[in-house]
Design a protein around this ligand. Structure first.
Ligand code: BG6
Ligand code: MG
Length: 218
C-alpha cells in the first residue's frame, strides 16, 4: 500500500473553534472602536495572532504603541481561552475522529499543521492528541501561513515528500500555504471561498473514505 502524509489544520477543520476566534477578535476590535464583520474574519482564518491584529488595525487605519499591541494580543487570547476552557469531545467536527481512525488503520502518517499556539492544549481537551504522529503549531514556526513553513516542517517530521502530502484546510491562507508547498490541498468549507484548493468538501462526512482511499493510492 502507498504511504502519504496527511496534514490537518486544527481550527475550523478538527474542532469548531473558528467561531471562538471570531468572537474574541470581534470583542477586541469593537472594544477599541473598530467594526469587525464576518467577511473580514474570513481574511483572519489561518492567520497568526500577530498578523491578525496587524490586519485589524490596518483596516481601521489605526496605529498603536508596541506596548498596547502586546496588551491587546494578550487580551484577545485571554478571551479566547475563556471560550475554549469548557471544550470537550462534543466540539470535534463531524466525522473527524472517524477519518483519523481510518487513516491510522490504513497505516498512514498523520500530522497537525496549525498556526495556533493553543493547538496542543485543544487537542488534549478533545482527546485527539494521541492520534497524531507529529504536531507542528504556532510555537514551532517563524513564518505564518500563507507561508508554507508549518506544512514543510510537518512533512519533514513525517518523513514524507511534500508532493506526497495532503493538507486539510478551512482557510484561504492555509490552502495557499499548501499549494506553495506543492502539496495536495483539500478545502473544508465553501467552494466560493476555497476555490484555490485542489478539492473542496463541506465537511468530512461529505468527503467519505472512498476519496481518502483515492488520495492514498494516487
Ligand atoms: C489559526 C486560526 O488556526 O490560529 C486563527 O485560524 C488564529 O484564527 C491562529 O489567529 C492563531 O491562534 P492562537 O490560538 O495562537 O491565537
Ligand atoms: Mg483553520
Amino acid at each position: 500500500m502507498n504511504t502519504k502524509g496527511f496534514i490537518f489544520d486544527l481550527d475550523g477543520v478538527i474542532v469548531d473553534t473558528a467561531k471562538y476566534h471570531y468572537l474574541a477578535w470581534k470583542k477586541l476590535a469593537n472594544g477599541i472602536g473598530i467594526d469587525f464583520t464576518e467577511v473580514q474574519n474570513e481574511h483572519l482564518k489561518g492567520v497568526s495572532r500577530v498578523n491578525s491584529l496587524e490586519k485589524i488595525l490596518a483596516w481601521a487605519n489605526k496605529t498603536i504603541s508596541e506596548g498596547q499591541f502586546m496588551e491587546l494580543m494578550a487580551k484577545k487570547n485571554d478571551n479566547y481561552l475563556s471560550y475554549i476552557a469548557k471544550m470537550d469531545e462534543g466540539e470535534i467536527l463531524p466525522d473527524v475522529t472517524e477519518t483519523l481512525d481510518f487513516l491510522i488503520k490504513q497505516k498512514q502518517p498523520i500530522a497537525l499543521g496549525s498556526a495556533s499556539k493553543n493547538a496542543r492544549e485543544i487537542l488534549k481537551k478533545v482527546n485527539l492528541f494521541e492520534k497524531f504522529d507529529i504536531i507542528v503549531d504556532g510555537n514551532d514556526v517563524t513564518e505564518a501561513k500563507p507561508n508554507p513553513e508549518v506544512f514543510l516542517i510537518a512533512a519533514n517530521g513525517l518523513g514524507i515528500k511534500p508532493e506526497d502530502c495532503i493538507v486539510f484546510e478551512d482557510s484561504v491562507a492555509g490552502v495557499q500555504a499548501a499549494n506553495t508547498a506543492k502539496m495536495i490541498s483539500v478545502g473544508i468549507g465553501q467552494q466560493e471561498v476555497l476555490y484555490e484548493a485542489n478539492d473542496v468538501f463541506i465537511d468530512f462526512t461529505e468527503m467519505g473514505t472512498t476519496y481518502i482511499n483515492e488520495l492514498i493510492n494516487k
